[in-house]
Design a protein around this ligand. Sequence first.
Ligand code: ACO
Length: 342
Amino acid sequence: MNPVESEAREPGAVRPGRSVHIAGIGSYAPERVLTNQELEKMVDTTDEWIMTRSGIRERRIAAEGQSTSDLGAEAARAALADAGLGPGDVDLIIVATASPDMLFPSTACQLQHKLGARKVAAFDISAACSGFIYALEVGRQFVASGAHDTVLVVGADKLSSITDWTDRATCVLFGDAAGAVVLRHEPGRRGILSTLLGADGSQKEILNVPAGGSAMPATEQTVRDRMHCIRMSGREVFKLAVNAMLGAAREALAKSGLSLDEISCVIPHQANMRIIEAISDRLGIGMERFQVNLQQYGNTSAASIPVALDEAVKRGRIKRGDNVLLVAFGGGLTWGSAVLQW
Ligand code: ACO
């Protein structure tokens, strides 16, 4: 960091303004379950390899015709119901996704229409698996500043639509789902205590979807070569993921003023059990304090954190007043962490 930057306000520090809390949460996963045993018949893999390398047993796959905005709309309805609100109460819609319905219009615009929300601003955020934490922080800023009162933040991905189903190194890892939260200010509730966001654009080669954008427009050849699908150097991503998540979690915690002992529950991005265990080990927070559901869902990208958070809340694992640590990393590379008081 150069001296000029170090004198500036710390990026990600929670500025004075209204406190912002999660007033409602919901999630959705499609019905169709794809098991490791089924994958054994599709590519040269085994249940044992997938379980030992990733911890994933099964994942959900969207139905024919079900797009990312459909998944997001289901989660959004559940989050609004949980907040005791309706679509007409929403002031702003933010959708984090790496698998948008189309290049444009945004998935958030599609979701606004499907939800029957008012004609309020709606836009997407692209930060792959860190997308939900990015969107949470952007939404928080709008509520904290007083610009908006009720912000709908959705993390939704239909990774099955950009998965190369002939590539055993990636197709066993991903799944489809969506999660959503409603952000509001309520006097006396602290809510989001701190956030930390970061990115390293030099690492795009280890995790990307090469074709279909302006850098490599779609051609018959790119389609034949499956270049509209996720490409990943798993081992490289693994190493960077652990360090990025550790750094983000430590910085968010330091900014929150809380100690590790005061965190009741950690909600990590659900990519790989071994990554989560490494974080647990190096952070010094036992696995019993981690919410892990990747066995059932695989890596659902931007949906992974809100889906796991919703489960932890619905199961009574997170109660009012508990401190919760969210931490993610994803393509970009991107990373993010947030500390909340529930
Ligand atoms: N079944 C059987 N064998 C396989 C499979 C499979 N499904 N996939 C790969 N292999 C083989 C490889 O070909 C390789 O064989 P070789 O040694 O003969 O060359 C061997 O298994 C080991 O492969 P590695 O990739 O080195 O295995 P590793 O232990 O690193 O595990 C994994 C792979 C699970 C992908 C791991 O690296 C990982 O989880 N990385 C992080 C990925 C991740 O978290 N991505 C999240 C971001 S996604 C996003 O942002 C959208």
